[in-house]
Design a protein around this ligand. Structure first.
Ligand SMILES: [Fe+2]
Ligand SMILES: [Fe+2]
Length: 146
């Protein structure tokens, strides 16, 4: 049986790689590739947020009865990260390297702290709360459309 922490931690790593590749190409003003890489990063990240908000967090909240706890904090951070990604998309569209890299730096800090909290605290708590049900939750997350 797979753990939530492993599955979701790997997804964080995959998003990080796309993020770094997009930043690298943007810093070289290679906008055609940067836009493509950023787009893939944004879609992967939004899909990951959807897995958390529509499946994982509700499962955690139902099992633990904690609906105003860590999942609320994570949802709030997703709002901030969605906003920053929108600003990065705008900067990428206009080929504005300064704006893109500025927002990228802010997003990276927020994202690393967010992922650390999930991987060190929330995912282990979720694995514990959902003992024996992880496979169902993993399947439900993977069944979500893009
Ligand atoms: Fe998250
Ligand atoms: Fe996450």
């Amino acid at each position: 049986m797979g753990s939530i922490k492993d599955f979701m931690g790997n997804a964080h790593r995959a998003c990080d790689e796309l993020f770094a590749a997009a930043e690298e190409t943007a810093s070289k003003n290679d906008w055609e590739r940067a836009r493509d890489l950023f787009d893939r990063f944004q879609r992967a990240t939004l899909h990951h947020f959807k897995m958390e908000e529509d499946v994982l967090f509700p499962a955690f909240e139902t099992r633990t009865g904690m609906s105003m706890g860590p999942t609320q904090v994570m949802r709030g951070e997703h709002v901030q990260m969605r906003d920053l990604m929108q600003q990065m998309a705008d900067a990428a569209r206009s080929g504005d390297a300064n704006a893109y890299l500025g927002h990228s730096e802010t997003l990276n800090m927020l994202m690393q702290q967010h992922n650390m909290k999930e991987e060190n605290v929330l995912y282990p708590m979720t694995d514990q709360a959902l003992t024996g049900e992880q496979d169902d939750v993993l399947q439900a997350m993977q069944a979500l459309p893009d």
